[in-house]
Design a protein around this ligand. Sequence first.
Ligand SMILES: Nc1nc2c(ncn2[C@@H]2O[C@H](COP(=O)(O)OP(=O)(O)OP(=O)(O)O)[C@@H](O)[C@H]2O)c(=O)[nH]1
Ligand SMILES: [Mg+2]
Length: 411
Amino acid sequence: MKERVILVALVKNSKEKYKKISDLEELKALTETAGGETLGSFIQVKEHPSPKTLLGKGKIEELKRICQQHKVDLLIFDNQLTPSQIRNIEEIIKVRTIDRRALILDIFARHAHTAEAMLQVELAQLYYQLTMLTGKGTTLSQLGGGIGTRGPGEKQLEVDKRKIRERIHFLKKSLEKLKKTKEIQRQQREYFFKIALAGYTNSGKSTLFKTLTKEDVYISDELFATLDANTKAFEIFPNIKVLITDTIGFIKNLPPQLISAFHATLEDIKRSDLIIHLVDATAENLHEKINIVKETLKEIGCDEEKIVLVFNKIDLIFEKAQLLRLKREYPNAIFISALKGTNLNSLKNLIKKRIRKFLKRKTLKIPKEKGYLLKEIYQKTYVINFKENEKEYQIKVLSYPNILYSILSKI
Ligand SMILES: Nc1nc2c(ncn2[C@@H]2O[C@H](COP(=O)(O)OP(=O)(O)OP(=O)(O)O)[C@@H](O)[C@H]2O)c(=O)[nH]1
Ligand SMILES: [Mg+2]
């Protein structure tokens, strides 16, 4: 049985209310991703929030009646709640209450599959619990199960901070060990040109990853479908591989606990040579979403020069004027459909341009008696031109320097 959910928000004035409606659309998508059924949303316009229950007294009573009438299991607040606000609301309405941050953490707990992602999610949950522990009541914490209680979180709400800290220490150590393995992997990948896919959740990162690498990955309309960073190679020129990493999506108000726990994953984005900032061109609040991703990338410490804006899902834009408007507004951006494969060539051309300074062009002069090297050259480099005379083969190639050096050392 799906949990029956009402979404709640408080806004300062009626102008904000209009904007909040689309925020609540996103909260609804998050709720559905977490397995809940949204019955409706409830917005109060109020200049000053009530310190005790966020919403005013009358509104809380109104919400209580609605909850009883519709057998509501869970209230999800778009606004951030303090532990005591949660306790007070639960005491009056008698319905379990969480906020947006807890919902996102819940989705992360559901979607983590690799050891690293699971450790990172648990770490984020513990950081979160630590901030929420002071003053968290026990009123409804025994109800058990359901959105916001999943993962390793539930039992630990009752254990004391010391135990949580011990566990955090243990998780950090385990992540540290994984980091060493990753470091080795990183060194092996060092000389390749590295591309990271970044962007708002659901912008189509995994779809583009699949289209470029032909790799079968999990793609879904759910939010945060991908948590486990995944790296694969594809050839941008014959025999010249680039690495591309599909990573977690960003979202408005990503809980800070998640950012610090997913440090290692985000580090991979920072270390890339090219960051594709993928945007769902059909998304609501497009500019806000673009800015959120830009800000997050900046926070991680990404070099702005490496970021390229790519608008996706253009197959869904039926109005030519809308596309033209976007193109005029973002003259340097690339417009594609990852799903239909539209205009991927302009993206590939950009990669080809950016990879140039990582590659070396050289004419290899191979004496005839070392003709056996030709096979290796044709397998490992991009052969642009081939000539021969009586004495030697002259092969003009393009390749990563270390591959060239290894061949040169054999001549
Ligand atoms: N029409 C259309 N749909 C697309 C396109 N690219 C992706 N989608 C759809 O958008 C949804 C999200 O795609 P994903 O590739 O999972 O998006 P993501 O950015 O990896 O999402 P998260 O991993 O959840 O952050 C899926 O339903 C895709 O089929 C596109 O170019 N056109
Ligand atoms: Mg994905």
